[in-house]
Design a protein around this ligand. Structure first.
Ligand SMILES: *[C@@H]1O[C@H](CO)[C@@H](O)[C@H](O)[C@H]1NC(C)=O
Ligand SMILES: *[C@@H]1O[C@H](CO)[C@@H](O)[C@H](O)[C@H]1NC(C)=O
Ligand SMILES: *[C@@H]1O[C@H](CO)[C@@H](O)[C@H](O)[C@H]1NC(C)=O
Ligand SMILES: *[C@@H]1O[C@H](CO)[C@@H](O)[C@H](O)[C@H]1NC(C)=O
Length: 711
């Protein structure tokens, strides 16, 4: 597509000198995000816009300008010529014209610190006492007759350099005088960012935001991210003009939305989305990932899934999910480890699944280590209606996020000035950033046009994720990240091991997801609201484990399988002799002792300290184990004291369903807990007063987890 714009600006109320119109000419070949940003900034200042076709490439721009000027007869007409993709207006036509007038010349060019393209012409440039010495062709303003005169010499080819042409006119003293050209040395009208990054800062004042040149103390009207400063113009363009300000917050966030709220679930009005799910390394909580995916509020018959899994270890998790839910989705395509397809190829296959389906409107890419905490996420992202958008994801307790605010010189991570404010939510909005990872939504149209290349992830030097972002940037697609809502977080995969059945149990040190998965939803009420019972004297009873935790612990022990014989001789313990043996497996036999201590310290110790005031514990133990009671194995346990200061006894399955009988009786009080609740812990003193017995299990199998704390 070929597009371009001729901005036609009426400035009737402008100052005395300019009764005529200001005409803004720009060049663009495509409606890129940068072009839309330019138009938006022009509209914001009420520049009236007429669209006209123009091409762009150096000399061609000059030729087209020359022909555009031929139609203009008005002697007082002022023409502004600027690039578009990398240009934003930071103020309106009044200020522009006033400053032009103050420059006291008929033609004013933007100025540059660096000379280009011909360094040998340096000495021919007039000296300046202060300010920039060299001409920049990306922006200039002048009266029509003078511009016509200036262009009358043009006879170059479309491929010639416009910059060199204008420079040669400028360094020619006669031409300079007769056309009456000067440079905007101190960036009062034009700020070229190349070679000037240290000079420019954002300035928030009086309900406005603009760029300030701190070297010359000026407020340029037009900001141009020329040369290699696209990231800086993107950064400034997150604020200027009036996109984000302290007073208003994000104004861009309410523009050009695509509302979904009126649509009826179940009808075919919802856009079809291909969700690409990428499993490229052993990752904790993959089953939870699929549970959360299932909970996304979006009609599943409008979703197609592409699942790429490189890990044998995760096949059961995917199988379980598909077994129950595959038919709810419009389509599911799975690539498993046996297909031996590399990650980069898989990304392309995923993109193609959307590109090749004419109904597909979005591709939603999600790495499996993303925790989808916000069920409205997909709807929110679609409604924001951007070609490329990512929800901000965090890691708890760290400044890590799935976006970079800036890039270092060699293309790696750098922290932008506003990064902390965005991460901490002090600035909420939509941010055009140089890098995002883990999760993003792309419009299918963008995948079919700007991002249609099959080598988006390939690079000789960069990792695939960085190569991808670099390509997206170079194609002129803005990568927006939004922190308007809390969306979720990214799991730590660092210390994830796969040698157990339920490896997620071992994640207590690594991921807060552990608590959500395994700690009872009402545990928080134990101390806060006193959700704690006392079924027998000094015996406390409170919820601590979820059903899943109980199930996983039992299955882990059965998977390990080395149940003790319940005999007195026991090589596992100090002294080798157990007075009151049970059929059990110790936590340290399955390598779970450190994790178990952390669990006791975090979740049992606070209750102990509350119920037995003045006693503090580090939750040390020699013995913590899961006991199995079975009628034909060991159904009960005779009265005994525990080798502990206090004991934590958690019921892992359900009386009446999994087994009959069971329970615990404290002899001194003739008091029994007969109906243990799954996931609830009994906390009682170990010695002296709380002599107790395990009541017989008469049917089924009963499991409890017992810890002798502070022996
Ligand atoms: C643009 O025009 C509108 C409507 O005439 C006006 O409300 C607004 O203040 C103008 N904006 C600027 C920046 O002049
Ligand atoms: C340039 O134009 C200005 C204003 O029109 C005029 O005052 C000035 O003398 C001119 N300069 C030259 C060198 O002709
Ligand atoms: C948590 O407490 C609420 C309110 O008492 C109850 O309805 C809910 O079932 C409890 N949750 C569990 C898992 O027992
Ligand atoms: C113990 O309690 C049970 C039932 O509550 C009761 O039947 C029994 O008589 C009590 N035994 C003693 C010694 O008090």
């Amino acid at each position: 597509m070929l597009a371009g714009a001729l901005l036609h600006v009426s400035v009737c109320s402008c100052c005395c000198v300019f009764s005529g119109d200001l005409l803004v000419l720009t060049v663009a070949t495509q409606e890129t995000d940068g072009f839309r940003r330019f138009l938006r900034s022009a509209k914001h200042f009420n520049y009236t816009i007429k669209v006209r076709r123009l091409f762009y490439s150096g000399g061609q721009k000059v030729r087209l300008l020359k022909s555009a000027l031929e139609d203009i007869q008005d002697e007082n007409r002022v023409i502004l010529l600027v690039d578009s993709y990398d240009v934003i207006f930071s103020s309106g036509p009044r200020e522009l014209l006033k400053k032009f007038q103050q420059a006291k010349h008929r033609v004013v060019f933007s100025a540059e610190t660096l000379i280009w393209p011909d360094r040998h012409l340096e000495d021919k440039h007039p000296h300046v006492r202060e300010g920039k010495r060299f001409l920049g062709a990306g922006g200039f303003i002048g009266y029509a007759p003078n511009l016509k005169q200036m262009l009358s010499d043009w006879s170059g080819a479309d491929s010639d350099s416009d910059q060199l042409f204008f420079t040669k006119l400028y360094i020619n003293p006669e031409k300079r005088k007769s056309i009456n050209i000067t440079l905007d040395n101190k960036c009062r009208l034009f700020q070229n960012l190349h070679g000037a990054l240290d000079e420019v800062v954002l300035k928030f004042e009086d309900g406005r935001v603009r760029a300030r040149n701190v070297l010359y103390n000026t407020l340029p009207v037009i900001i141009h991210g020329n040369g290699p400063t696209k990231l800086q113009i993107n950064y400034l363009g997150n604020y200027i003009p009036h996109l984000w300000m302290f007073e208003t917050g994000c104004t861009l966030c309410n523009e050009g939305l695509r509302p979904l709220s009126g649509l009826q679930v179940g009808l075919t009005e919802y856009p079809v989305v291909v969700i690409g799910i990428f499993i490229q390394q052993p990752t904790p909580f993959v089953s939870v990932f699929f549970e959360r995916l299932l909970n996304l509020k979006y009609p599943k018959n409008r979703l197609r899934l592409f699942i790429y899994n490189q890990e044998l270890h995760h096949e059961p998790h995917i199988r379980t999910f598909l077994e129950y839910h595959e038919s709810e989705y419009q389509d599911v395509k799975l690539i498993g480890p046996e297909e031996d397809i590399d990650p980069v190829t898989s990304r392309n296959i995923g993109f193609d699944m959307c590109r090749d389906d004419i109904d597909c409107e979005y591709f939603f890419s999600i790495d499996v280590d993303v925790v989808l905490k916000n069920e409205d996420m997909l709807r929110i992202l679609i409604e924001l209606n951007k070609p490329f958008i990512a929800p901000m994801m965090t890691k708890p307790g760290r400044l890590w996020t799935n976006f970079w605010g800036a890039l270092s010189a060699d293309g790696y991570y750098a922290r932008s000035e506003d990064y902390m404010d965005i991460v901490k939510g002090r600035r909420m909005g939509l941010w055009n950033v140089p890098y995002v990872s883990h999760i993003f939504l792309i419009k299918a149209d963008t995948l079919r046009t700007d991002l249609k290349d099959p080598d988006l992830f390939e690079s000789a030097t960069l990792d695939p994720d960085m190569a991808f972002c670099s390509k997206v940037r170079n194609k002129g697609v803005f990568m927006f990240v939004t922190n308007m809502h809390t969306f979720g977080r990214v799991l730590s995969t660092e210390n994830y091991q796969t040698n157990h059945l339920h490896n997620d149990l071992w994640q207590i040190f690594e991921n807060p997801e552990w608590e959500e998965r395994y700690i009872h939803e009402n545990y928080s009420k134990v101390l806060r609201d006193g959700l704690i019972e006392m079924p027998c004297p000094d015996v406390y009873w409170f919820p601590v484990f979820t059903d899943v935790a109980c199930k996983h612990l039992i299955e882990e022990m059965e998977h390990f399988g080395q149940w003790s014989g319940g005999r007195n001789v026991d090589k596992r313990i100090l002294g080798g002799y157990e007075n009151v043996p049970t059929v059990d497996i110790h936590m340290n036999q399955v390598g779970y002792d450190k994790e178990w201590q952390k669990f006791l310290l975090d979740y049992a110790a606070p209750v102990t300290e509350k119920m037995y005031p003045g006693y503090y514990t580090m939750a040390q133990f020699d013995l913590a184990f899961v006991v199995r009671y079975k009628p034909d194995e060991q159904p009960a346990l005779r009265p005994h004291h525990d080798a502990s200061t206090f004991t934590i006894n958690i019921a892992l399955n359900q009386v009446g369903i999994d087994y009959q009988g069971g329970g615990c009786r404290f002899l001194r009080y003739n008091c029994s807990v007969n109906a243990p609740r799954r996931g609830w812990a009994l906390l009682h003193p170990g010695r002296l007063t709380h002599y107790h017995e395990g009541l017989p299990t008469i049917e089924g199998v009963r499991y409890i987890s017992v810890s002798f704390v502070d022996p």
